[in-house]
Design a protein around this ligand. Structure first.
Ligand code: AMP
Length: 398
């Protein structure tokens, strides 16, 4: 069965068509600048050439229509008709406390996702628009919602509560939720498989280090803590997000810079992280690494501060689980930057971590990068959120 995986943002839409039985990718692509002038669709059939086409997309329904046309077109399409698409899996950012699992979409589910809009005002409405657009064009095709927050719903209360008045939890469900759950679940499970160990027997820390970054602690196959909170702003220092800060800084900046709360939030989300720390050098670790090697003190500081924060979270989660067997790196930085991994692992001597520099230098593999003597195993596991969404969608249909 072919499953179309959709990840819909406010003005962009990523898609992949995956054969659920063979788990092979048939095609993938991206619609950009939806509803804005200059919209473009990029389409890559597996084994074929990447095509970029400028095409007007007034809304997400137009974008999905172009995606379906690309997938079924006579020349470079990968299916003959829409009948060959068995289901659609949608990535949904926030499922609140309502969704601890993926689910097939019906009216009740749509209403429950809508109720979570307040918790993720930038993401959930866009995800819902994507679902509605697909339902309009493929009314008889089953659709599944796979939530970024679901995997973390197993966190115990002591891990998810903030030290705030309890009434805010009761009234608004203010608590820690965590994100990147599909990735943390996929990577932790896959690492156990590659290692040939039983998932449920392991204490695993997953470091999902991309432009957005988070760490999770997975014990007995369940998430027991994660670094992102009510929103994806908490936790690690990220590409452009601040991660953990003293909340009083918000008031301080607002007064000193005469900014509104929305403006301060924009600074914390878009102008902070390694971008802000490096004095606007870059949010991209390739640039920062080059700056570090060239001795640029701002790049050095940004990378050192980033690595130190990751190492502190690893320490915290080792304490939370009373030990750790396996540490996994994934996502753009975690998979590609041997330099960053090595900086982080330098803090982990107390866990008996010994890096195998040759293995750490390899790219694109599922691989242990610690030596056989290392007391704690360290691995790189490339994440594959789209495959995980396709698997979940397929599972729900069985
Ligand atoms: P993601 O959000 O998982 O797509 O990760 C994107 C980030 O990965 C980029 O912003 C870069 O900082 C980082 N990245 C990608 N490739 C490399 C590389 N070869 N070396 C270092 N960082 C990389």
């Amino acid at each position: 069965m072919n499953i179309l995986v959709i990840n819909c943002g406010s003005s962009s839409l990523k898609f992949q068509l995956i054969d659920a039985e063979t788990e092979k990718l048939s095609a993938k692509g991206l619609c950009e600048r939806i509803g804005i002038e200059g919209s473009k669709i990029t389409y890559s059939p597996a084994g074929g050439e990447k095509e970029e086409t400028l095409a007007p997309m007034a809304n997400h329904t137009d974008a999905i229509r172009l995606v379906l046309n690309a997938l079924t077109n006579e020349k470079t399409g990968v299916v003959k008709s829409l009948d060959e698409i068995g289901a659609v899996g949608h990535r949904i950012v926030h499922g609140g406390e309502k969704f601890a699992q993926s689910t097939l979409i019906n009216e009740e589910v749509m209403a429950a996702i809508t109720e979570c809009n307040d918790l993720a005002p930038l993401h959930n409405p866009a995800n819902l628009i994507g679902i509605n657009a697909c339902r309009e064009l493929m009314p008889d095709t089953p659709m599944a919602a796979v939530f970024d927050t679901a995997f973390h719903q197993t966190m115990p209360e002591k891990a998810y509560m903030y030290g705030l008045p309890y009434e805010y939890y009761e009234k608004y469900r203010i608590r820690r939720y965590g994100f990147h759950g599909t990735s943390h679940s996929y990577v932790s499970r896959r690492a156990a498989e590659v290692l040939g160990k039983k998932y449920e027997d392991l204490k695993i820390i997953v470091c999902h280090l991309g432009n957005g970054a988070s760490v999770s602690a997975v014990m007995g196959g369940k998430c027991v803590d994660t670094s992102m909170g009510l929103t994806p702003l908490e936790g690690l220092i990220m590409g452009t997000r601040s991660g953990d800060i003293d909340p009083a800084i918000m008031e301080f900046i607002a007064h000193k810079e005469n900014k509104s709360i929305d403006e301060v939030m924009a600074v914390l989300n878009k102008k902070s992280g390694v971008l802000g720390l490096s004095d606007n050098l870059s949010s991209d670790f390739r640039d920062l690494e080059a700056g570090y090697r060239a001795g640029n003190p701002r790049a050095v500081n940004a990378m050192e501060t980033f690595a130190y924060r990751v190492a502190k979270y690893i320490g915290a989660y080792t304490a939370a689980m009373n030990g750790v067997d396996l540490i996994c790196f994934t996502a753009g930085v975690g998979e590609n930057s041997a330099f960053t991994r090595s900086m982080i692992c330098r803090y982990l001597g107390y866990l008996g971590v010994e890096l195998d520099e040759e293995a750490n230098g390899r790219r694109g593999e599922e691989i242990a990068i610690s030596t056989p003597e290392s007391r704690t195993v360290v691995m790189v596991i490339p994440t594959n959120e789209e495959l995980a969404i396709a698997r979940e969608t397929y599972r729900l249909l069985q």
